[in-house]
Design a protein around this ligand. Structure first.
Ligand code: UGA
Length: 453
């Protein structure tokens, strides 16, 4: 099938490359010439394991191309995926200006029936706005071309996006029940035919329910994490190991084992944004989502949990102390620093006078970029932070090691070596990477999250 993807960000690029991988003829459009140049030069503008190989293979096979040519992109695809950014507005609701602009372009240039697919995470009712924008453009052209807008939210995790796309645990597609909507259903069935044949289930539903499903999934996952973080903070006080509790409850199939890891808070571009957007949607409808407001508050608080533990040990003034910091990205296998807990911790430590030597396997460059913005009002504080080339190099002379991201390489670190390199054998572990008993048996003072054993 001929498919156009509007937006070559994280979602669009993965979607485009993977749909080419299953045999479709894919045209990726972006307004950002720099991104398109990188892609056409054989590069990948984001860090995502395995994506470079899939992109290269499909470009070479002639099934995947990148361009800034709007008219050509609309002409190409019978199916037009909208995968542009939906940054949060100042009040937390999703800003749809890029989505609507993409819809307008389709309305302006289309010359045949099109299926438009909302792939970006968009609030309930967005498909109606997309539809209205296209209708307006067609009316201005005195055209009565048919089209149908569907919703096909993505459930990709950064760092595992290619695998998540190729082997989805479910596909959710919302379409209308009128003639165009049914025609769109047939088209979407063809788009995902190879996935259905491989046994991946498609949940067909109305458009609004599909839009809502995306938010409900992320809100549920964020709720699980905040729930465990709240219990972990109590576990610290009452002498309980939250990780033992996690295993104890996760074995109940009604609860399930995933997304119950306590830590120093969730970050990224999705959970914080989507939880806030759902709360805003509820307010617009005069409805209060009490649990989700609490999920958000607990998470904001949790980003300070490592700082609080550090202040409890050393006091509020950290001048003369040096901390080795392992992990900057909001989670492993990505260089994404959006809403990363490390940013909150770095603010606290530098303002309190501490020195930091930080290491991250891939996010150092991106961290330097965002920290320059975070510290725009106090750039001199950034002299207190430096970056190491490997985990071990961050340790010498440090009064403690602080772990913020659960990279695999940190999990398998030789703790004897860590102890030997540090000035003082102290670890603040924001991701509960180690067994507290074994760490303590090595003579290391260990502060984790909710592991008071
Ligand atoms: C999340 C969802 O998991 C995807 O299904 C969804 O498609 C995506 O958002 C999206 O809406 O685009 P992502 O933000 O890439 O994916 O990251 P996750 O792997 O979900 O991790 C989010 C954060 O939660 C990380 O900071 C991680 O460290 C934290 N986390 C995760 C915990 O603190 N505890 C856990 O048990 C799991």
């Amino acid at each position: 099938m001929k498919i156009t993807i509007v937006g070559t960000g994280y979602v669009g690029l993965v979607t485009g490359a993977c749909l080419a991988e299953v045999g479709h003829d894919v045209f990726c459009l972006d307004v950002d010439q720099r991104k398109i140049d990188i892609l056409n030069g054989g590069g990948i503008p984001i860090h995502e394991p395995g994506l470079d190989v899939v992109v290269a293979r499909n470009v070479a096979a002639g099934r995947l191309r990148f361009s800034t040519d709007v008219a050509a992109s609309v002409a190409h695809g019978d199916v037009q995926f909208i995968a542009v950014g939906t940054p949060p507005d100042e009040d937390g609701s999703a800003d749809l200006k890029y989505v609507v602009a993409a819809a307008r372009n389709i309305g302006k240039h289309m010359t045949s029936f099109k299926v438009i697919v909302d792939k970006s995470t968009v609030p309930v009712g967005t498909a109606d706005r997309v539809s209205a924008a296209i209708a307006e453009e067609l009316k201005a052209r005195h055209s009565d071309l048919d089209y149908a807008v569907t919703s096909n939210p993505e459930f990709l995790k950064e760092g595992a996006a290619v695998v998540d796309f190729m082997k989805p645990d479910r596909l959710v597609i919302g379409h209308a029940n009128d003639a165009q909507g049914q025609r769109a259903q047939q088209v979407m069935r063809e788009v995902y035919a190879s996935f259905e044949a491989a046994g991946h289930k498609i949940y067909w539903m109305d458009v609004r329910s599909a839009e809502f499903t995306k938010y409900a999934a992320n809100a549920m996952l964020a709720t699980r994490i905040s729930f465990m973080n709240e219990l972990a903070n109590l576990a610290d006080k009452v002498g309980v190991d939250i990780d033992a509790v996690r295993q104890g409850i996760g074995s109940d199939p009604r609860i399930g084992p995933g997304f119950l890891m306590a830590g120093c808070g969730y970050g990224g571009s999705c959970f914080p944004k989507d939880v806030q957007a759902l709360v805003r949607t509820s307010q617009e409808y005069g409805h209060e989502l009490k649990i989700l407001q609490a999920v958000e508050d607990v998470n904001e608080n949790q980003k300070h949990v490592l700082g609080s533990k550090i202040f409890a040990k050393y006091g509020k003034d950290l001048h003369g102390l040096k901390f080795a910091l392992w992990g900057l990205a909001f989670k492993p296998d990505t260089d994404d620093m959006r809403a990363a807990s490390s940013r909150v911790l770095i603010q606290e430590l530098l303002h309190a006078g501490a020195d930091i030597v930080a290491f991250d396997p891939v996010a150092i460059e991106e961290a330097q970029r965002v920290l320059a913005l975070d510290f725009a009002d106090a750039p001199e504080l950034l002299k207190q932070i430096s970056f190491a080339a490997d985990p071990q190099a961050a340790l010498p002379e440090a009064d403690a090691l602080v772990i913020v991201t659960e990279w695999k390489t940190f999990r398998t670190a030789d703790l004897n070596q860590v102890k030997a390199s540090l000035k003082h054998a102290v670890i603040f572990d924001g991701r509960n990477l180690y067994d507290p008993r074994s760490v303590k048996s090595l003579g290391i003072e260990y502060h984790a999250i909710g592991r008071a054993v």
